[in-house]
Ligand binder design. Structure first.
Ligand code: BTN
Length: 317
């Protein structure tokens, strides 16, 4: 399907016979492929008698060669459509060595934190899983999700000039709306060599409001009014990730804590922290050296390693 999409990507009309000639298939086979593109990838294709087919919106596909050239030593896999790049990365790990980067144009079962779905329309956003080996013991992952947030926010700044604040532990926000999310999954035996699959989803060019997103969201395109170059964004993000992970491995989160706090979206705000069935209410006063959330609860500072944070509204007691 990728060949067909590459031919249609310019958004112009292409006749069935032209497409068939270039793909080496019959016009009937072209029509069948067009149907698959619509059904399987949710891409809308207009068909006008006498003119041919065209995409309702021009497409911008990820360019594997461009990204691979920038990182010659890093195996980069790009899929057209898969369940989840995190799951695919875990599968690849059984046969290939890490680090590696796995990207997809489309995820049919994109995973968010806490069992949520991550909406992943075709060729609009960035879906990346970066597999990182843990070689220095498990404290290598202390504060890791916050560090990955820093890499994302830095890439956003480089590409758009926007400074995107961070919500603990790892949401990237613009104007209080979520633009990127991070899902870390630990693989293997912690006493032997293990790996972290770092899943990152960044809303780049998504404009439609999808009913299935149950939280306030935005995209870089919505915020800037321009189309984001997805290949360039992927390249810059992997570059930033490489740099921040190196720092994390050598010096730990403590060396980046001040940088994180300077971008902390909810510093000083009153919030609710949901931990399992319990909810703690307090004032967010910062993060610790291991990335723990510091909450002032009834005059006493408490530290939390996990949980779901929401702002406490004025009328909440
Ligand atoms: C969140 O809920 O905030 C985390 C979202 C993580 C989404 C990314 S997209 C790439 C990778 N593959 C997945 O299935 N999930 C992560």
């Amino acid at each position: 399907m990728r060949d067909l999409l590459m031919l249609l990507a310019d958004g112009g009309f292409h006749s069935g016979s032209d497409l068939g000639r270039q793909l080496g298939v019959s016009r009937a086979a072209v029509w069948k492929r067009i149907q698959r593109v619509t059904e399987e990838l949710g891409i809308s294709v207009q068909s006008v008698p006498g003119k041919g087919y065209r995409l309702t919106q021009p497409l911008q596909l990820l360019n594997h060669d461009v990204i691979q050239r920038v990182f010659p030593a890093l195996p980069i896999y790009i899929y057209e459509s898969i369940g989840s790049t995190n799951d695919q990365a875990k599968q690849l790990l059984s046969e290939h060595s890490a680090p590696m980067a796995v990207l997809a144009e489309h995820q049919t079962q994109g995973k968010g934190r806490r069992g949520r779905e991550w909406v992943s329309p075709f060729a609009q956003n960035l879906y990346l899983s970066y597999v990182w080996p843990i070689t220095e013991g498990l404290n290598q992952i202390d504060g890791l999700s916050l560090v990955v947030g820093l890499a994302v926010t830095k890439a956003v700044k480089k590409i758009t000039g926007i400074s995107a604040p961070l919500k603990w532990p790892n949401d990237v926000l613009i104007n209080e709306r979520k633009v990127a999310g991070i899902l870390l999954e630990l693989m293997g035996d912690p006493v032997e060599l293990c790996h972290v699959v770092i899943g990152i989803g960044v809303n780049l060019n998504m404009l439609d409001s999808f009913n299935s997103i149950d939280q306030e969201w935005t995209s870089l395109s919505k915020e800037t009014g321009s189309v984001i170059d997805r290949t360039l964004f992927a390249q810059v993000l992997i570059e930033e990730l490489d740099g921040y992970l190196e720092k994390q491995k050598n010096h730990g989160f403590a060396s980046m804590r001040a940088e994180w706090l300077a971008l902390h979206a909810w510093q000083g705000r009153n919030a609710l922290l949901q931990i399992g069935n319990n909810t703690v209410s307090g004032q967010i006063v910062g993060v610790g050296d291991k990335g723990e959330l510091c909450l002032l609860v009834e005059g006493e500072e408490r530290r939390y390693l996990g949980g779901e944070l929401s702002l406490r509204l004025q009328h909440d007691s």
